[in-house]
Design a protein around this ligand. Sequence first.
Ligand SMILES: [Zn+2]
Ligand SMILES: [Zn+2]
Ligand SMILES: [Zn+2]
Length: 138
Amino acid sequence: MLHLGMKNLLKSKKLRVTSFRTDVLNVFQSHENAIDMGMVEKELGEHDRITLYRTIKKFIDVGILHEILINGESKKYALCSHSCESEAHHHDHIHFLCTDCNETYCLEPQQMPVINHPSFQIDSFEVQAKGICDNCKS
Ligand SMILES: [Zn+2]
Ligand SMILES: [Zn+2]
Ligand SMILES: [Zn+2]
């Protein structure tokens, strides 16, 4: 999804490159699915929790990561595509929850639904789909 290296990605968002920030990004890049905070913490090894929470928040603010609310309760995080900018996430993908392995994936469907309303201006909407993922199907 990301063609830039992690350092360039940080630079393009005008963030200082630190080894902690690149470590956090590498965790996300090594997963094809969205992951929760517990997984990030586990894979980072020893780290300062508050710094991690601040880093995640910062990444969301600048359009590097986005938050996915699963069934209105648990939160997962995934890398954004390069179209996301500060305070403006533009996602042309859906969130797919596998009912078998419980993993969440960002998927680009062949066609995104179009949603219009005669009087409300819709700037963004989220689609969550459920089913069986490719790994569980086979
Ligand atoms: Zn985004
Ligand atoms: Zn699955
Ligand atoms: Zn996503």
